[in-house]
Structures are given as structure tokens and as C-alpha cells.
Write a protein that binds this ligand. Structure first.
Ligand code: IPM
Ligand code: MN
Length: 354
């Protein structure tokens, strides 16, 4: 099969971790006889520095013309501490999501047997936890009307959802639940927010169409608590943009490291595959960051963008083997820590040798 990729390394550790994922993608392509073609694009602070905007039109065209986008991370502290900055790297990520119509961000939360002791939770709570968080990605408070009034002394951000937006993400949630353990948890704040009441209304209308699925409604504050108390009770969780942002960061650490969880953003145009962690600027250029989340994002890419399940499974197997062999970065190492590139090389070599 021909695999045409756009590769957007972005900022901070982005280039290093994407390099490792690319090594693995190349090894997989070679092994399964796929014709791989990829082009790099600018995004984030790197793009601001070079061309003045965080998601240049050229990058957008590259994404539109590709079959899948492999994304690193964006963000740079020089913008974080400057609330008056006119352009911000994050705007690039949001523009990409919006322009590619990526309304769903799929974040599987899985634990790794060899890392259970690294979890901040007790082993018996987290062992076997396995759920999928589906985060709405192009609506809500991230994209609603925002601004200042009263000479800048009042600021507002608006959480807006349309019925159509809610329906399409819930539909995806139900489809996932049907293929898994048939439980869908709709997370909202319907006791306070009107937008949440629309979510709940739409979910209640749709639920009878999926009689095999148990629909559960949960307030977001309660969900935050349940994720650390009873992570095994979740199967598929669906929620709006900002709740999903926060809850999936929380969920990621129960696996033992923030550096492990991949994601797929899917929707109308080309899908984007990216780790859920950020650009970790303190580690940039040091060859210490954990490349596993990005490598697992590449596994999701094979599965979701190309329907190549065997390829995805081989990457997962290689990642699990690297952990079992202790070839891991400093965030999860017990004894000797391996560098970012050593982990990438090991996983690529495993794939090639298989
Ligand atoms: C994420 C990130 C982004 C978000 C930031 C960088 C804008 O935290 O992908 O989760 O909030 O969506
Ligand atoms: Mn986030």
C-alpha cells in the first residue's frame, strides 16, 4: 500500500520523538512492503519563528494532500509567560484541528504490566484498567466566542455546542462502545451548564438506538474522582473539549508515565496522530524524552488511517518488548536509563527482526 504522510515535528522534544516514530514507521513499511512517502511541515513556535504563523497554509495543504499526519508537540515557554503575545504556538494546533475538521480525539488509556509499580495508584486499582476517552475537539470553550470588555478588565470565553456537533461525537462514542464492553459514560456538568444539558438531552435521545450499550451519565467533578478511584469501571468515556483535555491528562498518569499515551484525532479530512503529552521544553535536545507515546501514535495511524491492523499490532508488541527488556527512558527506568534514540532504535530493530 502507498502511505503518504505529513510529518509535523513541532517544538521542544517534538523533533526527537517524531524521529523515533519515523524509524519505526520505516521499519514497518519495509517489513510489510508498503511504499512510504513523507514530507515535513512547519508548525508551532518553530513555524512562528520561521514564517510568522503557527499553522502556515503550506503546512495545511501538505496535510490535506496526505493520507495521515504524524505530529510531535507544540508549545514554547517564551509564549507561555507572555499573555500579550499576538500569535501563540497553540493557535497552530487549534487551527489545524479546525481546518482538518478533527472533531474527535481518541485517547486509549491502557496500563503496561511491566510498569504497574510506577503508577501513583495501588496495583490492584490500576491493573487491567483499559478504557477509551473520546474528547470532542473542535467545539466548546476552545472555539466559542471570546474577548474582553470594560476596557479590558472583563474577559470571557464561551462554551458553545450545536446539536449536530454533539450527535456526531456521541455516535462515535456508541460505535466504540459497541465494539468494546458496551458501556458509554457521558461526562458533563449538566447540573450547571446549559451546553451540558444539550449533551445530556441528545444522549438520552440516542441511547435507545443502542440497546446493547449501557449509557451512564457522570458529572465531570465526579469523573475526575472516579478515574483515580475506580479506573476499571470505565469502558468508553465521551466528553466535551476542555473536560476531555483535563481528564485525559489525569488518566494518562495512572499508567505510570505521561510519556506513554498516544492519540488519534479523526474527523472530516486527514487524521492526525500525536502523543497526548506536550512539548516538554526542559528536555528538548537532551535525548532523554520518552518516545513511546509517539511510537504508539504511529501504531494508531496504521490502524485508523490505513486499516493495517497487523502493522499496528507489531508496533505495540515491540513497545511492550522494549519495556519488558528494560530498554526505557529515564522517566520509567529502574536501573540504567536509555536515551530517546536508543529506545527508538531498539523498537525499530525489533520490528525489522520479527
Ligand atoms: C492537548 C494540548 C492542547 C489542548 C494545547 C497545547 C492547546 O494540551 O492536545 O491536549 O489543550 O488541546
Ligand atoms: Mn492537553
Amino acid at each position: 500500500m502507498k502511505l503518504k504522510l505529513a510529518v509535523l515535528p513541532g517544538d521542544g522534544i517534538g523533533p526527537e520523538i517524531v524521529d523515533q516514530a519515523l524509524k519505526v514507521v520505516k521499519a514497518v513499511a519495509e517489513k510489510f512492503n508498503h511504499e512510504l512517502e513523507y514530507k515535513f511541515g512547519l508548525t508551532g513556535a518553530t513555524a512562528i519563528d520561521q514564517v510568522g504563523e503557527p499553522y502556515p497554509e503550506e503546512t495545511h495543504q501538505l496535510c490535506m494532500q496526505s493520507d495521515a499526519v504524524l505530529f510531535g508537540a507544540i508549545g514554547d515557554p517564551k509564549f507561555d509567560n507572555n499573555p500579550k503575545a499576538k500569535v501563540r504556538p497553540e493557535q497552530g494546533l487549534l487551527a489545524m484541528r479546525k481546518k482538518l475538521g478533527l472533531y474527535a480525539n481518541i485517547r486509549p488509556v491502557e496500563t503496561f504490566e511491566s510498569l504497574l509499580h510506577k503508577s501513583p495508584l495501588r496495583r490492584e486499582l490500576v491493573e487491567g484498567a483499559n478504557f477509551v476517552a473520546i474528547r470532542e475537539l473542535t467545539g466548546g470553550i476552545y472555539f466559542g466566542e471570546k474577548g474582553r470588555k470594560d476596557d479590558g478588565n472583563t474577559a470571557f470565553d464561551t462554551c458553545t455546542y450545536t446539536r449536530a456537533e454533539v450527535e456526531r461525537i456521541l455516535k462515535l462514542g456508541y460505535e466504540f462502545a459497541m465494539k468494546r464492553n458496551k458501556k458509554l459514560t457521558v461526562v458533563d456538568k449538566a447540573n450547571v451548564l446549559e451546553s451540558s444539558r444539550l449533551w445530556r438531552e441528545v444522549a438520552q435521545e440516542m441511547a435507545p438506538n443502542y440497546p446493547d450499550v449501557t449509557t451512564e451519565y457522570m458529572f465531570v467533578d465526579n469523573a475526575a474522582m472516579q478515574i483515580i478511584q475506580w479506573p476499571k469501571n470505565f469502558d468508553v468515556m465521551v466528553t466535551e473539549n476542555m473536560f476531555g483535555d483535563i481528564l485525559t491528562d489525569e488518566a494518562s498518569v495512572i499508567t505510570g508515565s505521561l510519556g506513554l499515551l498516544p492519540s488519534a484525532s479523526i474527523g472530516i479530512h486527514t487524521s492526525v496522530f500525536e502523543p497526548i503529552h506536550g512539548s516538554y521544553p526542559q528536555a528538548a535536545g537532551k535525548n532523554i524524552a520518552n518516545p513511546v507515546a509517539t511510537i504508539l501514535s504511529a501504531a494508531m495511524m496504521f490502524e485508523y488511517a490505513f486499516g493495517l491492523m497487523e502493522e499496528g499490532a507489531l508496533i505495540r508488541e515491540a513497545v511492550a518488548a522494549s519495556m519488558a527488556a528494560g530498554v526505557v527512558t529515564v522517566d520509567i527506568a529502574e536501573g540504567k536509563a536509555h536515551s530517546t534514540s536508543e529506545v527508538g532504535d531498539w523498537i525499530a530493530a525489533y520490528v525489522a527482526a520479527k
